[in-house]
Ligand binder design. Structure first.
Ligand code: ZN
Length: 206
């Protein structure tokens, strides 16, 4: 019953403190990591996710995947979802349709080669998209564009506690949280604090 109330968004003030500690009482959020894989940040983040028993989505860059295939393989083997974040992270709205298709198709190809799975989810670099970009994505089978609702700007490298605070202050039921593995040296240190904070607020990650 508590979960039902939480899903309606009525919740936290009305729920006694003890009930708020029920797992997932506050609802669910999604964690996403962009721009990787990265040689040191990605394994660190994967270790933390495994220790907390949660899965995330990694929007990988194609050329980074080609350079570090074992890391994307590990992401996939550990139950995380792999999404397409273009081959080399351009602003896709500045390219013609053939170039956009190439950016996304090459990345699909390397993800398929490494994980034996073809992605359907994608995220445009910088969130930059228009109807031509979205149509090109559809043509290469990327049917689900995933943006975000919580952006702690971890790529600019604020202290880990700042990244944590920005996430926990902005989070709502069904938030999609944007983080980075690679651009943002403090993100691996912020992640355990974020996960503990979310759990303490009654959120589950899925
Ligand atoms: Zn990015």
């Amino acid at each position: 019953m508590i979960v039902v109330a939480a899903a309606c968004g009525l919740v936290l003030p009305a729920i006694p403190a003890q009930a708020a500690l029920e797992p997932c009482a506050a609802g669910y959020v999604r964690l996403t990591f962009d721009d990787g894989p990265h040689r040191t940040a990605t394994p660190d983040i994967l270790d933390t996710l495994a220790a907390h028993g949660v899965t995330a989505t990694f929007f990988v860059v194609g050329q980074m995947t080609a350079a570090n295939p074992a890391l994307v393989q590990r992401e996939s083997q550990e139950g995380h979802t792999i999404g397409n974040h273009s081959w080399d992270h351009p602003d896709l709205t500045r390219l013609n349709s053939a170039q956009v298709e190439s950016e996304l198709q090459r990345t699909n190809d390397v993800i398929k080669e490494v994980t034996r799975t073809t992605p359907t989810q994608w995220r445009p670099p910088y969130g930059a998209r228009n109807s031509a970009v979205e149509a090109a994505a559809e043509r290469v089978g990327l049917t689900s564009m995933v943006l975000w609702t919580v952006d702690p700007r971890d790529w600019a490298d604020p202290p880990a506690t700042t990244v944590r605070d920005r996430v926990l202050q902005a989070v709502r039921p069904d938030s999609i949280i944007l983080l980075h593995d690679g651009t943002g040296a403090n993100t691996p240190a912020a992640l355990p604090m974020i996960l503990n904070g979310l759990a303490g607020m009654g959120y589950c990650v899925r």
